[in-house]
Each structure stands twice: as structure tokens, then as C-alpha cells.
Design a protein around this ligand. Structure first.
Ligand code: MG
Length: 271
């Protein structure tokens, strides 16, 4: 199931993204821009508890997609693809290297990435994001799948110049609008070998596969929940493949994860 969070006429709800009757646009990897022929079957309840689909459907292009979750915290992993660590001139870490992006950094599909005042070098980082389904801590490896609701696309937008000059990454990776998530959560997906790409103004910049991760999703959730409780809706960013690079006001950046869809955001100057 593809679970979206959206607003229509001032109301916010979750729903399942489906192909409209008579079209076949709702399955497979081809769902990208446009969303033609897709509808949302409005959910009664929330995806973290018992819910049912109401059967009331609205065209996807009539709603505003919101971030698919409002996480309490986003835990992100640095340098989880060897070729990306190398392109920045870093050693590959021997253990997962976690940092936080604050809840206030999260935006949804179509929302603007606002260029921060203190940076001259903002980069895209295309990533697979994992959405947590339930409160959990000290999760054993064999139970990891039980705490995952599904997967979405993320852009770990980074002020690279600030990251170089400040020892902690709170500003470099935590500024407002630095965590686009979406367009929706795919619940039925094997995440072990998916293509992850970024384009800027339609030009391919990053192309990797989740099979290249140094630490698997199981490794990461075991490691993180040794230290902290994860809550329903918390999000894990799993690292970015090689090819990161600058984005500037006026650019349109898209992250596509195979089997999920495409997350697109425009970069705008501060007004
Ligand atoms: Mg990253």
C-alpha cells in the first residue's frame, strides 16, 4: 500500500494512493511526476494504529500532499555508501555514524527548499528513508521488520560549507526545509537492492543502489535502538550514494527510489 498524508479543503488525512478505475498507473516503478490517473482512498484512522479505507476517493491532483509523517525525530546516517565517503575525501566509518535532523526540517513533496542565509554551498543527498511503525527500543535483528511501517524518499539537504567548518552538523543539516520526505510511504517493498537517484533540473546527478549500503537497515535499527527509543512515525535516513553536488535557487531537485516514486522540490531564495 502507498500511504499519503494530504490536505483538502483545510482538512488533513491519510489515504491510500491507488490507480483510478480504468487506468493502470498505480503500480510498478513508473509513478513519477504528474500523478495523472491516481486517486487517494481516504483512510479512517491513522496508519500507526487500526485503520480502514473509507472507499471515498479523491483525485491525487486535487489534494496537497504533505510530508507523509510528522516525525518526532529523524535519525540520519552519514557515510553509509563507500563511494560517497570517498568523494568527500573521508574514510569509511567502521560503525554507523548517526546524527539528527530536527522535526522542523521536514517538508513534503512540492514544498520549497529555502536556501539558508549562512551558506554558499547547499547540496542534495538522495536517500532511502525508513518510517517506523511502533514504539521500540533494543530491537533484536530478527524483529527489525516488525517495527517498519514502510519506506519513502528523502533528500538530506546539506549546507556543505557549514558542515566543513562546524564540528557538529546541527545547522549544516538541520536548517528549516532541509529534510524533504515523500511523496508517500510504500509499505510493500523489499528495500535490499533498490535504485536511488537524484536529478537536478532533469539532469542525473546521483545513481546508486541500496545494496551498496555499508550498514544494512537491520544493522542501523539495531544500532540506533541500543541507544534510544524510536516512536511511531520516526524516520531513519540510510545514507546517500556518490554524486552529491550543489543546488541553487531556481533549481528543481528530484529524488527517486525504485518502487516508491519521486520526491520533487524547488529551491528558492529567502524572501
Ligand atoms: Mg545524508
Amino acid at each position: 500500500m502507498r500511504i499519503a498524508r494530504f490536505s483538502i479543503d483545510g482538512n488533513v488525512a491519510f489515504g491510500a494512493v491507488e490507480a483510478a478505475e480504468g487506468t493502470d498507473g498505480g503500480e510498478g516503478d513508473g509513478v513519477t511526476a504528474g500523478h495523472d490517473g491516481l486517486v487517494i482512498n481516504i483512510m479512517k484512522g491513522i496508519p500507526f494504529a487500526d485503520f480502514e479505507l473509507s472507499g471515498t476517493r479523491v483525485p491525487l491532483d486535487k489534494v496537497r500532499l504533505l510530508p507523509p509523517v510528522l516525525p518526532n525525530k529523524v535519525v540520519a546516517i552519514g557515510r553509509n555508501y563507500a563511494d560517497h565517503a570517498k568523494e568527500l575525501g573521508h574514510e569509511v566509518p567502521t560503525a554507523p555514524w548517526a546524527f539528527f535532523k530536527p522535526s522542523t526540517s521536514v517538508i513534503g513533496h512540492g514544498d520549497p527548499i529555502v536556501y539558508p542565509s549562512f551558506s554558499q554551498e547547499v547540496h542534495h543527498e538522495a536517500e532511502l528513508a525508513v518510517v517506523i511503525s511502533r514504539l521500540c527500543r533494543e530491537v533484536p535483528r530478527e524483529r527489525v521488520r516488525d517495527v517498519i511501517l514502510g519506506y519513502t524518499c528523502a533528500n538530506d539537504v546539506t549546507a556543505r560549507d557549514t558542515q566543513r567548518t562546524e564540528k557538529q552538523w546541527a545547522r549544516a543539516k538541520g536548517f528549516d526545509s532541509s529534510c524533504p520526505l515523500g511523496p508517500w510511504i510504500e509499505t510493500d517493498l523489499d528495500p535490499s537492492d533498490l535504485a536511488v537517484t537524484a536529478t537536478v533540473n532533469g539532469e542525473l546527478r546521483q545513481a546508486g543502489r541500496t545494496a551498496q549500503m555499508i550498514n544494512s537497515i537491520e544493522d542501523l535499527i539495531v544500532n540506533i535502538t541500543e541507544a534510544m527509543t524510536l516512536l511511531p512515525g520516526d524516520v531513519l535516513l540510510t545514507g546517500t550514494p556518490a554524486g552529491v553536488g550543489p543546488i541553487r535557487p531556481g533549481d528543481e531537485v528530484s529524488v527517486t527510489v525504485e518502487g516508491i516514486g519521486t520526491l520533487t522540490n524547488k529551491v528558492v531564495a529567502r524572501s
